[in-house]
Design a binder for this molecule. Structure first.
Ligand code: HEC
Length: 127
């Protein structure tokens, strides 16, 4: 096996686990849900996660997320709802619902996974 193949396997396995961990009611399926997640993210999460305030993993940096994604959606959601390290519960906004916090999480993960896909396409085409 060559190293490119191994790298693709390594990258795909958490992605596949992630997809299977999504229950029917978790819904990142519709465009409306995605927009809700984006709005919640911009209002409650972006202040830290765009530029890495308080060591927050940045949405523009796949490497900062890769080990966290491997923990799976339910663990990440738990961190968002209860807080972790420098992150207060729900990013500090107790008025958002659990479902809204989950939508923001799904938005973050979709952004991060899209980054990695772009990087792979670029490296395969020699860019
Ligand atoms: C006040 C800054 C701040 C805000 C606001 C914030 N975060 Fe965080 N977030 C952090 C920091 C710092 C960490 C790293 C925590 C650690 O690993 O010690 C983190 C980690 C995470 C993680 C990874 C958790 C894990 O288990 O590794 C996720 C997912 C996350 N944030 C999502 C969100 C979402 C979704 C929101 C909005 C609802 C949000 N964050 C708002 C600072 C913030």
């Amino acid at each position: 096996m060559n190293s490119v193949f191994i790298r693709i396997l390594l990258v795909l396995s958490p992605l596949v686990l992630w997809i299977f961990s999504l229950g029917p009611s978790d819904g990142i399926a519709t465009a409306a849900d995605k927009n809700i997640g984006r709005d919640i993210f911009l209002q409650n999460c972006a202040a830290c996660h765009l530029h890495g305030v308080a060591q927050a993993p940045r949405v523009g940096n796949f490497a900062e997320w890769e080990p966290r994604l491997a923990a799976g959606r339910s663990n990440l959601l738990n961190s968002v709802l209860r807080g972790k390290g420098g992150m207060p519960p729900k990013g500090g906004n107790a008025s958002i619902s659990d479902a809204q916090a989950a939508a923001a999480l799904d938005y973050v993960v979709a952004q991060v996974l899209a980054l990695d896909r772009d990087a792979q396409v670029a490296s395969r085409s020699g860019m």
